[in-house]
Each structure stands twice: as C-alpha cells, then as structure tokens.
Design a protein around this ligand. Structure first.
Ligand code: UD1
Ligand code: UDP
Length: 364
C-alpha cells in the first residue's frame, strides 16, 4: 500500500484536506500529516474541528513574517520530514505559500507531488497575489493534477499539461460540508438575527488590503445603516491588517457583529442559513454555491468563473456603490434572489475524496 504525506498550513487547506486524510486512511493507506503552521491559530482551530493530530509540525509561523520568511522556513524544514517518512507521493493543496514551498522542496528531493485543487487560473499573476503564481508553480511540478472542474482541466491542458496526469474530481470542500452541516445546529448569532435577514461577510485577500478593503467595509457599514431588516455577521481573519480595518470601519455599528474566526462547523452551518454572502474568499465561493446561497464576490476577477457562469456568484468588485446596489437588489428583488439561490453547483457532488483516493490507490 502506498504511503502518502499530506502537507498543509492554512485554514482552507486543512478544511479541504482533512476529509481526504480520512478517506485515504479508511482505504488502509498510510496517510501521514505534516503541517507547516502557516496559520497558527486558524489552522489549529480547523484541525481541532476535524479531530486530526498531525504527525509533524514545522511550526514556521512568526509575527510579521514575510512571504520570503515563510517560503525559506518551509524549504529548510520539510526535507528532514521527507527523508524520515520516505513517502511515495506528497499531496499539497491549492495556492498558498505552504503549497508552493512544499511542492518545490519535493521537486528538489525528486518526490512526486499530487496537487489537489489544480488548474484554477485568473490569468493575472498579481490577482490574486501571490496565489496565482503559487498555483501555477505547484501545477508545473506535479505528477498528479486533481482538477475540481472540467474548466480547470482545460486550463491545464492549454498550458501543455500531460492529459494522463489531469483528473477531474470535484472540489473536496463539498465533501467537507457533508461532515459539518447538520439540521439541528443552533448559534447565538441566529438568535440575535431573529426576524432579520442574516448576512455573512468575510474579507482577507492581500491585494484587498488598504484602500480596496476600506471600500468593502464602507459598503457593509452603509448597508447596515440603511437597512433595519438585516443582521450582518463578520468573522474577522487573524491577519492584523484585516483586523484593524474591520474594527475601525465596523466596530460598534448597529446590526453588525464582528467575531473571532468561527470554527468550521459553525461557519458552514451559518453559511447554510445565511440569506446571502459578501466575501473575497475563494473557498466560500465554492461552499456557498454548494449550499445554494448567493454570493457577492468583492473582487475584480475570480479563478472560480464556473459559479459566475452558473449564476450563483456575482462579481461586484470593491466599489461601495456597486456593492450596495447589488446588495439592495438581492434584498428587494425576489426574482434576482431566487435565480442566484437556485443556480447549479459546479464544484462537485461530494465524492472528490473518493475519486482522488481511487486514482492514488488504484480502485475502490
Ligand atoms: C493565506 C494564503 C491565501 C489564503 C488565505 C486563507 C498565502 C500566500 N496566502 O493568506 O491563499 O486565501 O491564507 O485565509 O499563503 N495570521 C495569524 N494567525 C493565523 C493566521 C494568520 O497571526 O492563524 C497572520 C500571519 O502571521 C500574517 C497574516 O496573518 O501576518 C497573514 O497570513 P498569511 O498566512 O501570510 O497569509 P493570508 O493572507 O492569511
Ligand atoms: N471559515 C471558517 N471560519 C471563519 C471563516 C471562514 O472556518 O470564520 C472557512 C470557510 O468555511 C472556508 C475557509 O475558511 O472553508 C475559507 O478560508 P479563507 O476565506 O480564509 O481562504 P480562501 O478560501 O480564500 O483561501
């Protein structure tokens, strides 16, 4: 049986890879987990939610660290783990600096890499920054390319990837939702929101920091001020720059509740019960599509255009007036709302982990 080493370091990677760890182990494979600790607190929160204890922890996180610090720390600390574990394949996920540096370390050590969530592209190397570079670099060195959608596969083939190495699997985040969303969920925020429309807001992208993020939060502030019929919950990312911007713009505002990052079970269940979502997140675009919740994507471009084409996602950029008018339309126009809420989910059917395990381990 093959030995797999899964390397990840941020909240979204943990949420999307924990279900795969469980599926691989269920099949009898040796699936060893090495975390980098890039998102120290939010990673540990996600690991606790999935009750997963990593075998290795590179503990790279330092206050104020740069992308260079992070990259070099992973490049230095992963090779001893590779030497000790001698995995047949290393699995990485998505577009983080953890994924990029781990894939590069494997390439140097000539260990085959499997890239989960391969082939997402915006076509602009600075949007998102540095994720568009990271995902292209990981794809370039990967032996197995697990593309969530046919469109992701087409992106890879257009760049010259070997078709025999590209597999369309769906996104493992849909598998994660099956583990977290449940009908009997309760939360104080839902009680507080009673009688009003419950909106979820998140923002964290590096390229949004500064003026674009100020504009997004100004739009949320204006929406809360003008609409007595909404309740806005905004779990704030651990990035100190995001926290400062969120608390400055939204702290103490009526009908807005800022919270610490929510554990994934709470977040998924609140998402499932939200009226709509405003976000610059990648994963939330997929989760909301799977749960039939409309999303206003506060970005100019998305690497997840399938959801825009299906009708569940709408790109609104960071101009406050555009964000506000799109929000008003969702609140006031049932036709627009229903069309978005009923859009098809293009991100998978909850069998991505099984498909990936089939490919890696050879059949059910
Ligand atoms: C990273 C990923 C991005 C992903 C996002 C998910 C990179 C380059 N980007 O961006 O693709 O969308 O995660 O949230 O890998 N911090 C803490 N505690 C935490 C988490 C973060 O203090 O639990 C601080 C970090 O120390 C750093 C800042 O937040 O100062 C930003 O974190 P970082 O991991 O560098 O990038 P993200 O913007 O979170
Ligand atoms: N999430 C969470 N708690 C929160 C906010 C988000 O567990 O308070 C989850 C969310 O369900 C999704 C992931 O974190 O699975 C998205 O992370 P983020 O937006 O930070 O990163 P991205 O998906 O943009 O890479």
């Amino acid at each position: 049986m093959k030995k797999l080493l899964l390397v990840f370091g941020t909240r979204p990677e943990a949420i999307k890879l924990c279900p795969l760890v469980y599926e691989l182990r269920r099949r009898g494979a040796e699936a060893v987990v090495c975390v980098t600790g890039q998102h120290r607190r939010m990673l540990d929160q996600a690991l606790a939610a999935f009750r997963l204890t990593p075998e290795h922890d590179l503990d790279v996180s330092r206050p104020g660290q740069t992308l260079t610090d992070l990259t070099t720390a992973v490049l230095e600390r992963l090779p001893p783990v590779l030497a000790a574990e001698r995995p047949d394949i290393v699995l990485v996920h998505g577009d983080t600096t953890t994924a990029f540096a781990a894939a590069l370390a494997c390439y140097y050590a000539r260990v085959p890499v499997g890239h989960v969530e391969a082939g997402l592209r915006t076509g602009d190397i600075f949007a998102p920054y540095p994720e568009e570079f990271n995902r292209r670099a990981v794809d370039a060195v990967s032996r197995y390319l697990f593309a969530p959608t046919a469109e992701n596969r087409a992106n890879l083939l257009r760049e010259g990837a070997d078709p025999n190495r590209v597999f369309v699997t769906g996104n493992t985040v849909v598998d994660a939702l099956a583990l977290t969303v449940r009908p009997d969920f309760t939360h104080p925020a839902l009680d507080e929101a009673a009688g009003r429309r419950f909106l979820l807001v998140t923002a964290h992208r590096r390229e949004s920091l500064g003026e674009p993020m100020r504009r997004m939060f100004a739009a949320i502030r204006a929406l809360a001020a003008e609409r007595e019929d909404v309740y806005i919950l905004c779990p704030v990312h651990e990035n100190p720059a995001v926290r400062a911007a969120a608390y400055e713009a939204l702290g103490g505002r009526e009908r807005v509740r800022l919270t610490e990052p929510l554990d994934v079970e709470a977040f998924h269940n609140l998402l499932a019960r939200s009226y709509f979502v405003l976000t610059d997140s990648g994963g939330i675009q997929e989760e909301a599509s799977a749960l039939g919740r409309p999303v206003l994507v506060m970005r100019d471009v998305t690497e997840r255009p399938e959801g825009v084409a299906a009708g569940g996602l709408r790109l609104v950029g960071t101009d406050p007036e555009t964000i506000l008018s799109a929000s008003r339309q969702l609140l006031d126009d049932p036709g627009t709302y229903d069309a978005m809420a009923r859009a098809a989910n293009p991100y998978g059917d909850g069998t991505a982990c099984r498909r990936i395990a089939d490919i890696l381990l050879g059949g059910a």
